[in-house]
Write a protein that binds this ligand. Structure first.
Ligand SMILES: *[C@@H]1O[C@H](CO)[C@@H](O)[C@H](O)[C@H]1NC(C)=O
Ligand SMILES: *[C@@H]1O[C@H](CO)[C@@H](O)[C@H](O)[C@H]1NC(C)=O
Ligand SMILES: *[C@@H]1O[C@H](CO)[C@@H](O)[C@H](O)[C@H]1NC(C)=O
Ligand SMILES: *[C@@H]1O[C@H](CO)[C@@H](O)[C@H](O)[C@H]1NC(C)=O
Ligand SMILES: *[C@@H]1O[C@H](CO)[C@@H](O)[C@H](O)[C@H]1NC(C)=O
Ligand SMILES: *[C@@H]1O[C@H](CO)[C@@H](O)[C@H](O)[C@H]1NC(C)=O
Length: 592
C-alpha cells in the first residue's frame, strides 16, 4: 500500500473518550470523517480522508536510554471501542509515523531489529536518546482512516530522580499497591503483562526493596520467609509494617542474542486488615457537643469523620435543612474539606461548614454532618447555641467611662467645690432665722487698730450688709454708750449666729475687748448655743503671736484668707468661702 506522509494539525488536542465514541460512530457508519471538528488531511479520491485525533495526553511515554520500551497506539486504549483483533478483520492496517523535531511532515518509520512493530505496539529494543519525539499511529482501511499522536521521551539515567544510589533508575512513576496487615499478596512487575511475548522462559527479574524507614536497598531473596520470590513475582505471605516502601523490579530478557532490560517500581503500603469494622463514623461533633455561634459573625462548624480502609469511595458532607450546599446554593454557606490523618488506610477527614453573617434564624436550621462509604452511613445534627454575650469589650468600655466620669467629677468637685456647696446650700440649706431667735447674723471681732480695722469697717461690713444682706453687729457702732462693756459684749455675741474674728498681729492682747469677744464666742460654741466662730485672716500672721485661746481654737475653726486684690470681687474665693461659713441667705445674683 502506498503510504503518503500526512500533515499533522498544529492544534493537537486531546483524544477523549467522547471523541473516540464519535469516531466509532463515524467509522461504523461507514462515512468519512469530513465535517468533524478534527483536522482532516487531504486525500485523493481513492484514499479516505483521515480523522486526526491530535495528541493523546493519556499516556506520554518515558523510557530510559538503553532499556527496552514500547509505544502502544492510543486508539486501542478503550478496547470496547477499538479492538485490535476486530480492526484487523475489518481490513485495517496500522502504520507508524514519526514527526521529527523542526519538521512539518511525518516520516514513516523504518523498521529494524531495534525498532520493530508488534500488533498495536512499536518496540524500542533498546531505546536511544534520539528516539525522543512525537509518534503517530494511523489505522486505515480502504474506506476509513484515523490517526493519533503520542509523545515519547527517552531519559538518560542521570535525569531520573532517585531516592538512593542503590535503586535502579526508573523512567516510569511507581504504581501503588496496598497490602492489608497479616494478609498476603503477590506482586507482579508492572507492564510485564504488556511486554507479552518478549517474556519467555529465559526471562529473569531482580527485585529490590527500599523500606520507608531507611535508604538501604535489600535485594531479593529476602532473609525472612514472609516474602518469597515465586517465578517472576514476589509473594507476600504475611504483611508487616516494615515491608512497606518502594519495590524495584528489573526485567531481563533475551532477544536475538541480545540481553535487554526494563525497570519499574511499586510503592507498597500497609493498610488495616479487611476483617476489621469498616463502618464510617463521625468523631466530632459528639452527641453532646454544642457549637457556640455569634450573630453577624462567621460561624465555623467542624465535622470530622473516620473512614476505615476500604478500596472504594468515601464521602463527608454537610447538609442545611436536609439540602446539600450545592442544592442550597446560598453564598453564605461554604465548606472546606481536608484530610486530618492517614493511618494505614484509615483516613480521618474534616469538613468545615463556614456560615457567613450568622443570623438568628440560622439557629433554627438543621445543620447535619454526614459520612458515608459503601458499608454504611452516619449523620449527626450540630447543636448550636448563641453566645451569651458577656461582652468584655462593652464591660471594659463601661468601666472606663465610669472611671473617666469619676475622675471628671473628682476634678470638678475640687475646682468647684465651693460653688457646689453654695448651690447645695441655696437649694437645701435651712435659713437659721426661722429656727432661732437671734438678732444678728454676724458679730465682727477685730483689733481696734491698724489696717484690719479699716478692712472691717469699709469692706467686710459693707459687703456683708449691703451686698449679701446679713445683719452685722459691730460693738463700737451698735453698743449703747454707758453700758457695761463685758455684759454688753457677752449679750451681743450671744445674739449673733456667727462670730467673725479678724486676726491681726495684735489681735486679742491680754485684757482687750477682742479677747473677751473671742472667749465668749468659743464658750458659746462649746455650749452649743447656735454660735460658730469663723477666723478671717486679712494679712499673714505669725502664729507665735496668737493668744493661747486663738491657737487652740484654730485647730477646730475655719480660716478664710483675704488675698488682696484677688478677693475684691464678690465672686472671688474669699467671699464664697465666707458665705459657706455664714448662715444661708438667698441673694439675687449672689451665686456663681
Ligand atoms: C476483540 O475482539 C475479539 C473478537 O472480535 C474478541 O475475541 C476479543 O475478546 C476482543 N478483545 C477485547 C480486549 O475486547
Ligand atoms: C473499513 O472499516 C470499517 C469499520 O471500521 C468497515 O465498516 C468498512 O467496511 C471497512 N472498509 C473496507 C473497504 O474494508
Ligand atoms: C533460553 O536459553 C537457552 C540457553 O541460552 C536456550 O537454549 C533456549 O533456546 C532459550 N529459550 C528461548 C525460548 O529463547
Ligand atoms: C539494563 O541494560 C543496560 C544496557 O545493557 C545496562 O546498562 C543496565 O545496567 C541494565 N540495567 C539493569 C538494572 O540491569
Ligand atoms: C508511597 O505511598 C505513600 C502512602 O500512600 C506516600 O506517602 C508516598 O509518598 C508514596 N511514595 C512514592 C515514592 O510514591
Ligand atoms: C440530622 O441528624 C439527626 C441526628 O442527629 C437525624 O435525626 C436527622 O434525621 C438528620 N437530618 C437529616 C436531614 O438528615
Amino acid at each position: 500500500m502506498n503510504v503518503r506522509p500526512l500533515t499533522v494539525s498544529p492544534s493537537l488536542c486531546r483524544a477523549s473518550l467522547i471523541r473516540t465514541l464519535l469516531f466509532l460512530i463515524l467509522v461504523v457508519g461507514g462515512t468519512t470523517a469530513g465535517g468533524t471538528t478534527a483536522a482532516v488531511s487531504q486525500a485523493s479520491q481513492s484514499e479516505p480522508r483521515c480523522a486526526d485525533w491530535g495528541e493523546s495526553s493519556e499516556r506520554a511515554v518515558s523510557v530510559l536510554e538503553g532499556e527496552a520500551g514500547w509505544l502502544s497506539c492510543p486508539l486501542f486504549f478503550h478496547p470496547s471501542v477499538y479492538n485490535y483483533t476486530s480492526t484487523q478483520s475489518a481490513g485495517h492496517n496500522l502504520f507508524w509515523y514519526r514527526l521529527l523535531e523542526g519538521h512539518e511532515l511525518e516520516q514513516p518509520i523504518t523498521y529494524s531489529v531495534r525498532l520493530s512493530r508488534d500488533r498495536e505496539r512499536l518496540w524500542l529494543q533498546p531505546a536511544a536518546a534520539d528516539d525522543t519525539g512525537l509518534y503517530i499511529c494511523m489505522l486505515r482501511n480502504k474506506s476509513s482512516c484515523s490517526k493519533i499522536a503520542m509523545r515519547l521521551k527517552v531519559l538518560r539515567p542521570d535525569e531520573v530522580v532517585r531516592g538512593t544510589d542503590c535503586e535502579p533508575p526508573v523512567a516510569v512513576a511507581p504504581t501503588q499497591e496496598v497490602i492489608p496487615f497479616q494478609q498476603g499478596k503477590t506482586l507482579h512487575c508492572p507492564d510485564l503483562q504488556e511486554a507479552g511475548k518478549m517474556v519467555d522462559e529465559n526471562t529473569t527479574i531482580t527485585w529490590y526493596h527500599v523500606p520507608r524507614s531507611n535508604t538501604r536497598c535489600e535485594k531479593a531473596p529476602f532473609w525472612t520467609n514472609d516474602r518469597q520470590l515465586k517465578g517472576l513475582s514476589l509473594e507476600f505471605h504475611i504483611m508487616y509494617e516494615s515491608f512497606q516502601g518502594l519495590y524495584f523490579c528489573t526485567v531481563h530478557y533475551q532477544r536475538r542474542g541480545q540481553t535487554l532490560n526494563f525497570s519499574r517500581s511499586i510503592n507498597v503500603s500497609a493498610v488495616y486488615p479487611s476483617h476489621l469494622p469498616k463502618l464510617p463514623s463521625i468523631l466530632t461533633p459528639s452527641d453532646h457537643h454544642v457549637f457556640t455561634v455569634k450573630q453577624d459573625t462567621e460561624a465555623r462548624l467542624v465535622c470530622t469523620g473516620l473512614f476505615p480502609y476500604l478500596e472504594s469511595w468515601w464521602e463527608i458532607w454537610w447538609t442545611v435543612d436536609g439540602k446539600t450546599l450545592e442544592k442550597l446554593a446560598d453564598r453564605r454557606f461554604s465548606n472546606i474539606n481536608r484530610q486530618v490523618k492517614y493511618d494505614f488506610g484509615d483516613r480521618t477527614e474534616e469538613s468545615v461548614l463556614v456560615i457567613q453573617d450568622f443570623q438568628p434564624e440560622d439557629l433554627h436550621r438543621e445543620f447535619n454532618c454526614s459520612v458515608k462509604n459503601e458499608k454504611g452511613f452516619e449523620t449527626r445534627r450540630a447543636q448550636l447555641q448563641e453566645e451569651v454575650s458577656l461582652p468584655s469589650v462593652e464591660l471594659g468600655c463601661g468601666l472606663g467611662v465610669t472611671l473617666v466620669l469619676m475622675l471628671l467629677l473628682f476634678v470638678v468637685y475640687h475646682v468647684f467645690w465651693l460653688e457646689l456647696l453654695l448651690l447645695y446650700r441655696s437649694w437645701f440649706g435651712t435659713d437659721e432665722r426661722h429656727t432661732d431667735d437671734k438678732e444678728y447674723d454676724v458679730y465682727i471681732s477685730y483689733a481696734r487698730s491698724g489696717e484690719e480695722e479699716q478692712f472691717v469697717l469699709s469692706t467686710l461690713r459693707s459687703v456683708l450688709e449691703n451686698e449679701l444682706g446679713y445683719s452685722v453687729c459691730i460693738f463700737d457702732r451698735d453698743s449703747l454708750p454707758g453700758g457695761t462693756i463685758t455684759d454688753e459684749t457677752l449679750s451681743f455675741v450671744a445674739r449673733s449666729r456667727r462670730l467673725l474674728v479678724v486676726i491681726s498681729p495684735d489681735y486679742a492682747s491680754q485684757g482687750s475687748q477682742a479677747l473677751l469677744e473671742l472667749k465668749a464666742g468659743i464658750d458659746g460654741m462649746a455650749r452649743g448655743g447656735h454660735l460658730r466662730v469663723i477666723l478671717v485672716q486679712y494679712k499673714p500672721v505669725r502664729r507665735q503671736g496668737w493668744v493661747r485661746e486663738l491657737r487652740r481654737a484654730r485647730v477646730a475653726l475655719a480660716l478664710v484668707r483675704w488675698q488682696g486684690d484677688k478677693s475684691q470681687e464678690l465672686t472671688s474665693r474669699f467671699w464664697k468661702r465666707l458665705r459657706v461659713e455664714l448662715p444661708v441667705r438667698r441673694v439675687s445674683g449672689g451665686e456663681g
